[in-house]
Design a protein around this ligand. Structure first.
Ligand code: FES
Length: 114
């Protein structure tokens, strides 16, 4: 369902705290949506800046996900690798409204059309 510039991708209940789910994007890169244990939601392209590990399968702790492949820590807020590691994965703007998760439409499909 589409609401203006935001894509409704479903209920907040579909992701339990400390977990993630993925959203396939036709012709684009898969997106990982995370729910932290404190109840915040974040969306990143599902590709570790190191060697493309699936961040959705990592461990979420605080505002960070640890990549399942080589344990880099990636900020859910900025998409940047933390500590001594260097790299950044695109962040997809996300908002929660009335129990639904919305992603900024142009961040999901805009690049594909360009
Ligand atoms: S691919 Fe993520 S840490 Fe190596």
């Amino acid at each position: 369902m589409m609401t203006g510039d935001w894509l409704d991708i479903g209920s907040v209940d579909q992701i339990t705290p400390g977990n993630a789910r993925t959203l396939p994007v036709l012709g684009g890169e898969e997106i990982a949506i995370f729910r932290t244990t404190s109840g915040d939601f974040h969306a990143l392209v599902n590709r570790c800046p190191h060697k493309q590990g699936p961040l959705s399968q990592g461990i979420v702790h605080g505002g960070v996900v640890t990549c399942p492949l080589h344990n880099w820590n990636i900020s859910l807020k900025t998409g940047e690798a933390l500590g001594e590691d260097k790299g950044c994965v695109p962040v997809i703007p996300l908002k929660v409204d009335a129990g639904r998760i919305f992603l900024l439409r142009e961040a999901v499909i805009g690049k594909r059309a360009a």
